[in-house]
Design a protein around this ligand. Structure first.
Ligand code: 6R9
Length: 656
């Protein structure tokens, strides 16, 4: 046997980690084990607890209005401003010199913004946007990488009641065109370029290409990221960010009170059809949800140092880089660029240097750390860490154990947080000050949240039986579509499992899941990822779950391809240990698939790869694997977090 035991902890270590878990619980903000019962009893009034974490310009009259279900309205009658909640009120609370943002640039640059600095620059940008004609309810598209100017611009928009629409900076111009046109954007904020592993990449050229495609000209603000050595020409209606900030420095722009039900921002999901869909969140409910979960799940209090690796182009960056942690008055670390540049010590140096207490990332990033090896975290002081989080896809037990042991030293609880762009905030997770964790299971629904796993006819399934994950009660940070989006939102999320005549509404998450006797939910994967082999349609989620259950397999993706003429099933997998016996593992994977779906779908090939291609938000990119199997040309790999894997996969595939 050349395998190491999969659980490196001895019983003594395990006892030790339980002891320190209670050390976390002793200091946690939320330790009330009766919170779920209390929320159930008082629902929906319990959500006043979340609203109480915010500063309201006018109090709300009604917590939940359901006249127009499933288009629920939260905190009706209330008015508030997001920028005021994330910035101004911390000044008033005597925290003006507390650090709000610590930015670490790709080239070793560091910038620190106190809440006072943040207030000043947010106000200046807000004044500049107004000067360029942006009004309340207008939409401003942001096409920026992880620079401080991005959260600042987002907050500047919300300060004047404009909506932001952040588009991932890695997307190509046509994606920008589509998202700007789809939101009727009145302004664009972008930058001259970005450094990619040392070389300057032209971002403005992409923005200009998109602007040329749009019908109307919109004013464009350009952040100078490349410095004076890379001169950028500004065209008509294009303005330098730094010049505007100087010009409007000291401007007094009072935050515009918005109705709680007014939209706060747009963000796009890829949607099941693959077309980007415009999603919208409402000001009051979204802020209440992100603030409350930042406190309850991430245990964030003013002054806590927190680092989330997500890009701001995704919902995780909105909810848990900007709105949640800043509304809590935390110190947010923002790291530009890749975690492996200039070398693999970077993530641990960031944690060490900044004294990061709470760290939030995706299983894909953790698997990359695993591949690099435990010596990297081991060389750095991580004693500041007290809580770890994960999001975006299921975390397998091996990855969980590694995270727990080598990042958290067996003493930091892990929160496996399940949520979606549409849900706005975390809905399934353990509360680290209260609940036991089970590796691999996201956890029970948070207080006030109700979930059910159902069969295709909507009948609730008993524990242990996999089915569709639905949400049976509305929640404050829920999607709040504009009038024109209601039709498709109904069809996509509310149609399948609701009984409209009985006015009983169930939100369909699009995920498959299984719940255990204790109410902990394990996410299996997306219900719509289906492969057709022969004439059978197979859910990839269950296949992959069966494969990753094989000891020694960390991750798997199943795709259909016609490399051999007929349509066959192909499996890509990553192995827990470099030295694992591949042939034995291959055999075990084949057996697992056959046992799951029968002999007729025995995989035509099982390919071991160091990583699966994945998006920046941590989802397996099946399109890349399909194009490799079918030897098709691959367009656009820009949405990939790990583009280097494509070449490696091609080589692995060709070498059989
Ligand atoms: C926040 C975010 C949503 C989909 C969701 C599910 C998957 C998210 C997860 C998870 C297992 C978790 N997902 N968190 N799967 N465990 N803790 O990722 O939003 O990009 O909209 O994706 O991500 O499949 O339905 P979004």
């Amino acid at each position: 046997m050349d395998e190491e035991p999969s659980n490196p902890e001895s019983p003594d270590d395990a006892a030790e980690s339980r002891r320190s878990l209670s050390a976390f619980q002793r200091d946690a903000t939320v330790t009330d084990g009766g919170l779920r019962e209390q929320f159930d009893r008082e629902w929906p009034d319990c959500w006043a607890d979340a609203a109480a974490l915010l500063e309201w310009a006018e109090p709300y009259d009604e917590i939940l209005e359901d006249d127009d279900a499933p288009f629920y309205r939260w905190f009706v009658g209330g008015r508030l401003n997001a920028a005021e909640n994330c910035v101004d009120r911390h000044l008033e609370a005597g925290r003006k010199n507390q650090v709000a943002l610590r930015w670490e640039g790709k080239r070793g640059e560091r910038r620190t913004y106190t809440y006072h600095d943040l207030h000043r620059e947010v106000s200046a940008v807000a004044a500049a946007l107004r000067d360029l004609g942006v009004e309340e309810d207008d939409v401003v598209t942001c096409y920026l990488p992880k620079l401080p100017e991005l959260p600042i611009t987002m907050l500047a928009c919300t300060r004047i009641g404009a909506l932001h629409n952040v588009v991932f900076a890695g997307f190509a111009p046509d994606a920008l065109v589509e998202r700007m046109a789809g939101t009727d954007s009145s302004a664009l904020v972008t930058c001259d370029g970005a450094f990619r592993e040392g070389t300057a990449v032209n971002q403005k050229r992409k923005a200009d290409a998109a602007l040329a495609e749009l019908e109307a000209t919109v004013p464009t603000i350009v952040v100078d990221r490349l410095g004076p050595e890379n001169e950028t020409r500004l065209g008509p209606e294009q303005y330098d960010y730094g010049t505007l900030v100087e010009r409007f420095d000291g401007a007094d722009v009072p935050p515009v009170p918005r109705a709680a039900t007014d939209p706060l921002f747009h963000i796009h999901t890829s949607g099941t059809t693959g077309e980007p869909q415009r999603m919208t969140h409402a000001t009051g409910g979204y802020l209440a949800g992100t603030a409350w979960t930042s406190r309850t799940v991430f245990d964030l209090s003013p002054g806590d140092t927190y680092w989330c690796t997500a890009d701001l182009g995704w919902i995780t960056g909105h909810s848990y880089v900007v709105y949640g942690p800043l509304s809590r008055g935390a110190t947010v670390v923002l790291a530009e660029g890749s975690l492996r540049y200039p070398d693999r010590h970077r993530p641990w140096e960031i944690i060490e240097r900044n004294g990061v207490e709470v760290f939030y990332t995706t299983p894909g990033v953790i698997r990359t750390f695993m591949k690099w090896g435990e010596s990297f975290p081991a060389e750095h002081d991580r004693s500041s860490l007290r809580l770890l989080g994960t999001v975006g896809e299921p975390i397998g037990p091996d990855t969980w154990e590694w995270y727990h042991t080598h990042v958290g030293d067996g003493r930091c609880p892990i929160v496996d947080t399940w949520w979606q762009t549409e849900t706005g905030a975390i809905l399934l997770s353990t509360i680290p000050g209260v609940d036991e964790t089970k590796p691999g299971a996201a956890g029970p629904p948070l207080p006030g949240v109700e979930a059910a796993v159902v069969d295709a006819d909507g009948r609730e399934l008993p524990p242990g039986e996999p089915g569709y994950l639905t949400l049976t009660k509305p929640w404050p940070s829920m999607l709040s579509p504009l009038e024109g989006d209601r039709y498709w939102v109904l069809a996509e999320y509310w149609q399948q499992f609701s009984d409209r005549r009985a006015d009983t509404w169930r939100y369909f998450t699009g995920d498959r899941a299984v719940v255990d006797e204790d109410g902990y939910v394990t996410i299996i994967g997306r219900a719509d990822d289906v492969v057709t082999v022969g004439n059978r349609r197979l859910g990839t989620a269950e296949l992959e779950a069966a494969i990753t259950a094989v000891d020694g397999v960390t991750e798997a993706a199943a795709v259909a391809g016609s490399a051999g003429g007929d349509t066959d099933l192909y499996v890509f997998a990553t192995a827990a240990q470099e030295r694992t016996d591949r042939d034995r593992l291959r055999g075990a994977i084949r057996d697992a698939v056959v046992e799951r779906v029968g002999r007729f779908v025995e995989p035509a090939a099982v390919v071991f790869t160091p990583e699966l291609p994945e998006t920046h938000s941590g989802k397996t990119m099946y399109r890349v694997l399909e194009s490799i199997v079918d030897d098709a040309r691959l367009e656009d790999t820009e949405p990939l977090r790990n583009p280097a894997i494509v070449g490696e996969l091609e080589t692995l595939w060709e070498s059989g």
